[in-house]
Design a protein around this ligand. Structure first.
Ligand code: ATP
Ligand code: MG
Length: 335
């Protein structure tokens, strides 16, 4: 009977393609929003270069990695070589400059884990966080953006997963659940593992892009326009992939020993990374290796309570997709 049910699910799951694609389309930001983001960036560049002519501004995070929903805030990184000035002083100075140009709610958070200046632009209505010299985030943003250009199913899957995570309250690192960045890496890894693969492993290919940031070598293949057909042997639909993604995290992932690794395009063992026990606050209950800072587990925020919440949510999602009469509503039901 179980087998029959699974077969039934596979036949009728195709009915979810249209609603999933409609949700995806409705979340994509409009061209004019992207134009407003550029407009704000240009204003910030003008203000910053008056004080620090050599400084540069980069967009990073979802506004630049193509996984942003409409009405998102933007993340900006200021790169500046002022070896003798402390980060907190730069942030305070920056806040000063921005405040005197009529930007609203300017706040320097100098003690945060990632120190930033926050602001809101009254003209475009966009909120923005500016951090200093966080170049690795700029590079991992490029990696995600490059992956997104290879097969549209990555962006579609990640939108559904992010939308689910935000609706269900499991996209909150301060509550022990996962960041959007972690969810996108889970989607990339999942598509690298499909048979046939839908995504390649860019860090395992010939190097066409390379930078060294804080002693970390970041090298990968970035001529992604050459990979547009990569996933074409795999015909899986978005509905099948969403179902398989949740099914994987609900019932197939080996939480005891597996680390997912976009860097290698494979699963690696916790033992290999010495991630088998709790060290300090890192419990390694769900292991997602950062593609560049390989000692960094993006699941380290997850604790013994939130791992239960996460796994129950994965199971709930998988079961809804299998059995619920109205999965597109139930999946995104506010928690
Ligand atoms: P959202 O649309 O939810 O704001 P986002 O892509 O901006 O999504 P965040 O998780 O807020 O996601 O992260 C912003 C960026 O900061 C990421 O794209 C990544 O470049 C970087 N980042 C976030 N968390 C980490 C981390 N733990 N390690 C390294 N880089 C990170
Ligand atoms: Mg963001």
């Amino acid at each position: 009977r179980n087998f029959k049910r699974q077969m039934e699910c596979r036949i009728d799951i195709e009915g979810l393609n249209a609603p999933f694609l409609a949700i995806y389309e409705s979340l994509i930001p409009a061209e004019e929003e992207k134009a407003k983001q550029k407009q704000l960036l240009t204003l910030l560049e003008k203000l910053v270069s008056k004080e620090w002519p050599k400084a540069r501004l980069y967009l990073y995070g979802s506004c630049a990695n193509s996984f942003d929903f409409s009405k998102s805030d933007i993340d900006v990184c200021l790169t500046i070589e002022e070896a003798d000035i402390k980060k907190s002083e730069i942030l305070l100075k920056l806040a000063d400059i921005l405040q005197s140009d009529n930007l609203q709610n300017v706040q320097a958070l100098t003690r945060a884990r990632v120190p930033i200046v926050k602001l809101k632009d009254p003209v475009t209505g966009i909120s923005c966080d500016i951090c200093i010299n966080n170049v690795l985030a700029v590079v991992n943003t490029k990696l995600l953006r490059d992956y997104a250009q290879i097969d549209v199913r990555l962006r579609q899957l990640a939108f559904i997963v992010k939308h689910w995570a935000k609706s269900r309250g499991v996209n909150e690192t301060y509550q022990g659940t996962l960041s959007s960045y972690a969810y996108v890496l889970m989607c990339i890894h999942f598509l690298q593992q499909r048979k046939p693969a839908i995504l390649p492993c860019l860090q395992g290919m010939e190097t066409t892009y390379s930078v060294t940031v804080e002693d970390v070598d970041c090298a990968f293949f970035d001529r992604v326009e050459k990979l547009r057909d990569f996933g074409s042997h795999n015909k899986e639909s978005i509905a099948q992939l969403v179902w398989a993604f949740f099914n994987y995290w609900a019932y197939c992932h080996d939480y005891t020993d597996a680390v997912i690794s976009v860097r290698t395009g494979n699963i690696i063992s916790k033992r290999l990374k010495d991630w088998t026990r709790r060290i300090g606050n890192d419990r390694h209950l769900i292991c997602i290796e950062d593609p560049f800072e390989t000692s960094h587990d993006l699941g380290r925020v997850v604790d013994k309570h939130s791992i239960k919440v996460l796994r129950e949510e994965f199971e709930r999602a998988a079961d809804i997709l299998q059995y619920d009469p109205n999965p597109c509503v139930a999946l995104f039901e506010p928690y």
